[in-house]
Design a protein around this ligand. Sequence first.
Ligand SMILES: Cc1cc2nc3c(=O)[nH]c(=O)nc-3n(C[C@H](O)[C@H](O)[C@H](O)COP(=O)(O)OP(=O)(O)OC[C@H]3O[C@@H](n4cnc5c(N)ncnc54)[C@H](O)[C@@H]3O)c2cc1C
Length: 411
Amino acid sequence: MDPVLRRGWSTRRRGSELLDRKRILVAGGSIGGLTTALLLRDLGYDVEVFERSSAALEERGTGIVVLPITERYFTERGGEDNRVSLELSDWTYVDQTGAVIAAEADHFRFSGWSTIYQALLAEFDPARYHLRSEMVGFDQYPDGVTLRLGDGRRIDGDLLICADGLASTARTLLLPEVQPKYAGYVAWRAITPEADLSPETQALLRDAMVYQVLERSHILAYAIPDPDGRTEPGQRIINSVWYRNYPQGGPFESLMIGVDGRRRTGTMPPGTIRAEFLDEMWLAADDLLAPQLREIVAACREPLIQAIFDLETPQMVFGRVCLLGDAAFALRPHVAAGQAKACADAWSLRSALVEVDHDVDGALALWEGRQLTLGRTASARTQAMGHRSQVTGTMTPGDPTWKFGLWEPGN
Ligand SMILES: Cc1cc2nc3c(=O)[nH]c(=O)nc-3n(C[C@H](O)[C@H](O)[C@H](O)COP(=O)(O)OP(=O)(O)OC[C@H]3O[C@@H](n4cnc5c(N)ncnc54)[C@H](O)[C@@H]3O)c2cc1C
C-alpha cells in the first residue's frame, strides 16, 4: 500500500525579476486555491492566499476519488511514493442480497478530502496563507486589481484568482444572474472505521469499490486512508455515498433545516440532521440496501448530507479577475471530477502562463477558452449520468460507460 507522506513547507528559490514583480492574490484556500497558489509560486510568482475561514479548513468528513490530476502536484515532484491516496483494483456491483452481480478489474485511487488539503497546505508558506480574510469585493485597473477584505484591508496585485467555491462572492458580484441550481437529489455520506465492520463486509471492500443500483437511486462505498494516513486493510475508513431524491418545493427545503432550526443550502454537517430524516433514511436502508452496505450506513450515527447542484458560468475571466474551480463550474459527483476540475484549472493556468511567456492577459484568454470547454463538457456528462440514475432510472449494474474521469469516462 502507498504511504501517505507527511510533508513540510520549504523555502523555494525565486524566479526571474519579471516574475518576482508579479503579485498573484488567491481568494479561497481550499483544494483549488491551494493547488493554484503552489503551482504559480513554483513558477516564481509572489502568491498570497486569502481564506475566509478563521481556522484551517476541516473536512466535511468524507472521502474522495482521486483522479491523477488531483495529486499531480505530489506525483510530479516525488513520483509514486509521494501519493496521498490508496488504490483499489476492482469495481463491483452487488444486488439487494449482497451477491456480486457484476465486477470488473479497474484501478482507481481514493483518499480523504482532509488528507489532500493538509498535504497541499503543508507545502505552502503559512505566512502567505491568510485566515480570517474574507474577500468582499475588488477594484480593477487596466493591469492590476485591489482585493477588498471584510476587515477593511486593501491588497494590490497583478491578478486576483477567485477559488471561493460554489457560493462564490466574486461570481455573485460579477454575474449575479448565474446561480447554483439544485439537481433534485442529495448525497447521504457516511464514514465508519473498517475495523468496526463484519469480516464479510470487510472482505467485500478489501480491494473493491462497491455499487448497488436502486430504483432511481444508487449507493457506492469504498475505503480511504484513516486520519493518520494508514492504508492497510483493517486500519482504513470506509466511506459511503447514497444518492436519494428530495424534490424541491417541500421535502428538500425541510431536509435542509437542522436540529438548531437553521436552514442550510449546500451541506448539512454531521450532527445537524433532524431525527425524523435520519430515522427515515435508516428505515429505507433496512428495506433496500445490500447487507454489507446497510451495515456501513447503520454504523455511522452522524452522517452528513451534501445537496447536489449544477452551476455553469459563461465566463471565467473578467479583466484581471478570474473564477476557478467550483466558483466557475460545480460538477455532480458521479465522475469524481470536482477536485480534479479545480486542479485542472490550476494546471492549465500554469501552462498558459508559460506558453505566452508570462503575459498575464494573453494567458488568461488562452486559459478561459480551454477551461470553459472542459467545464461545459464535464458538466453535461455528469448531468446526463445523474439524470439516468435519479430521474429515468436507466442506470444499470456493470454499465461500462459509468466510469470516473474528467475529460471522458476512464480518463
Ligand atoms: C471545508 C471543506 C470540506 C470539503 N470536504 C469535501 C469532502 O469531504 N468531499 C468532497 O467531495 N468535497 C469536499 N469539499 C468540496 C471540494 O473541495 C470542492 O468541491 C472541490 O475540490 C473544488 O474546490 P474549490 O477549491 O474550487 O472550492 P471549495 O472547496 O468549495 O473551496 C472554496 C474556499 O473558498 C473559501 N471562501 C468562500 N468565500 C470566500 C470569500 N468571500 N473570501 C475568501 N475565501 C472564501 C471557502 O471557505 C473555501 O475554503 C470540501 C470543501 C471545503 C471548503
